[in-house]
Design a protein around this ligand. Structure first.
Ligand code: MG
Length: 377
């Protein structure tokens, strides 16, 4: 039997969603409840995306409506939602290929260290936190353009207008299993969290998001204000925003804008799949620009993320450290074999002698080889 948080934390929130100025349907779904908040951005035609995001929201409402006893419990709810969407997509022909992104925030059980929040993410919807006027992204997008940004091929600005910005590398319902990124945050009085679909961030950059949040004291007004700005800037996609204010917890130092976020995200050695969020279909890596194809080379048709190379870099660095330590140790051992006193001048002499010895050895060795060659000839 799992336990849940014993009391409802002091939070205030607001939410807004809109179809936007281009799309005919709104496939986004959100949850804004005392213990759980989420934004899901559905993908798939014929209202399938709307069904997928609704399944995710319903599952989180049922499993996390009273908070979560642990991060694992919260992740299990997302995994369950993934399985339900995957099964639906493979059972109903008209829902084939449906999926959804999901970014969520759930209150964790108080385990003696104060109330905490767990942030969960799959896909390219985002969770931000605003503290002391500084906006920081908590989640990392699972998207093709995020790969290009992370590898320095394009800028954040270019990503927001990139023709392939709809391609996600992770989503619920696409595979029978799903990896969920998680972060744990303490309650800090005055923190403002923003959960949103890409319909906001593709139209409104982080600076403008921060400025809109700053002028609205009410979280509901802030959410509606952000949706309005997204539509004013183009409204190319459905846009959904949930704003949550923390009214309890520690007060952060006024001169500190740093956010101590416990990162539990690990991309090393993982495999992802590219999915076009608009078409809800797999994308062959060959369709992507050459630079990106090098970043996510496909073997067996499954793209592999560039972050795998981080392990190789760390491995090489480890080897270099081991070699350096070994050489240092050998030098120390050789110095220790010299019983003479060790003023600085004596060390120099010793070094010279060793060099001479080494040179002599090499000369001897070379001579031997030459002799051997001559004999053979
Ligand atoms: Mg979207």
């Amino acid at each position: 039997m799992t336990t849940v948080p014993s009391s409802v934390p002091a939070l205030a929130w607001g939410a807004a969603t809109d179809t936007g100025r281009v799309r005919s349907e709104n496939e986004d779904t959100f949850i804004a409840e005392p213990m759980v908040f989420a934004v899901a951005d559905g993908m798939g035609g014929h209202q399938a995306g709307e069904i997928a995001s609704a399944i995710a929201a319903t599952t989180l409402h049922e499993r996390l409506g009273h908070g979560a006893a642990s991060v694992d419990v919260a992740v299990a709810a997302v995994v369950e939602a993934n399985a339900a969407i995957f099964q639906g997509a493979h059972t109903n022909l008209d829902q084939r290929g449906m999926g959804t992104t999901l970014t969520a925030m759930v209150v964790l059980a108080d385990q003696g260290s104060g109330a905490r929040l767990a942030v969960l993410n799959v896909g390219d919807s985002r969770t931000y936190v605003l503290r002391n006027g500084r906006l920081r992204r908590v989640t990392v997008d699972h998207s093709y353009v995020q790969e290009l940004v992370s590898t320095g091929h394009i800028t954040e600005y270019e990503a927001r207008n990139h023709p392939r910005r709809n391609i996600v590398t992770r989503a619920l319902g696409i595979e029978p299993s799903v990896r969920v990124d998680t972060w744990v945050l303490p309650f800090v009085r005055g923190d403002r969290y923003v959960l949103c679909s890409d319909g906001l961030v593709d139209e409104v950059d982080d600076d403008e998001i921060a400025s809109v949040l700053a002028v609205h004291a009410s979280p509901q007004a802030a959410a509606e204000g952000l949706v309005a700005v997204a539509n004013r800037n183009g409204g190319r996609d459905n846009v959904t925003v949930v704003v949550v204010d923390s009214l309890e917890g520690d007060t952060p130092p006024p001169d500190s804008a740093d956010l101590e976020i416990d990162l539990a995200w690990d991309e090393r050695g993982r495999v992802d799949r590219l999915v076009d969020a608009d078409a809800a279909s797999a994308v062959a890596t060959a369709e992507l620009p050459a630079v990106a194809a090098a970043d996510v080379p496909a073997a067996d048709g499954v793209p592999r993320r560039r972050r795998v190379s981080l392990g190789a870099v760390l491995f090489v660095m480890s080897i270099a450290v081991i070699i350096t330590l070994t050489i240092t140790l050998l030098l120390v051992m050789r110095n220790n074999t010299d019983n003479s006193p060790s003023p600085t001048t004596t060390d120099s002499t010793t070094t010279t002698v060793k060099s001479t010895t080494t040179t002599t050895d090499r000369t001897t060795s070379t001579t031997a080889r030459n002799t051997s060659t001559s004999t053979a000839g």
